[in-house]
Write a protein that binds this ligand. Sequence first.
Ligand code: UDP
Ligand code: MN
Length: 237
Amino acid sequence: SGRMIYYVTPTYPRPEQVPELTRLAHTLMHVPRLHWIVADDQPICSELVGNILKRTRLPFTHISSPKPFIYKSSNFPRGVANRRAALDWLHENVSEGVLYFGDDDNTVDLRLFDEIRNTEKVSMFPVGLIGDYGVSSPVVKDGKVVGFYDSWPGARSFPVDMAGFAVNVAMLREGATMPFVAGHEEDGFLRSLAVELADIQPLAKNCTKILVWHTKTVKHKKPTVKVDLDKLKNTGR
Ligand code: UDP
Ligand code: MN
């Protein structure tokens, strides 16, 4: 069934991590010829994450690359050090196939995989639940990408979401990298590939269908009520 898809997922420890990865794992288990690269934002690979990976029986690579210490404050670029490590791994180990960046909390329709598998250079498609417009998408005219619809242009050449494109692994030459600049990770990466508008293949029925969503899970709040065990004993409960 065609080329291999390398699905790159950056992830980090928090209470939502296991449920997010469980849900994603159960999607990816339906996909043939998929290699899951999980890039852990930790000094060593998490056993919890490793166990989920093993249970999928998918071919996988589990690597760890923590964010640099300076990026631990707010509004830091999320998942960059670990995605970079995945790019290094691909550069060293893989010469053909398709790269896709799939965050641990996104929602993917299985039909997306049939679409991206034939990516020639770079393919693009709409992503649902992005910004004020509710969708981020290339604008297509006569079968060609002529611009972008995104609520935050941000002086970017390619104002797209991380989940809105796939890349032929053959495009990953020396110098292909992702910048540590919040909001510019996608644009910086695509620019580092020397991609031109004419190289972009619009998918999902000329970008009229949404097959992936930038879902976000509400963060679990730490419990504020402490249970007084002695009190419980005294009341005999
Ligand atoms: N991520 C990470 N380290 C972090 C924060 C996020 O590896 O410190 C990962 C996260 O697991 C997800 C991706 O980077 O796969 C994007 O992060 P998040 O979903 O928090 O960002 P948002 O979707 O809200 O922009
Ligand atoms: Mn997210």
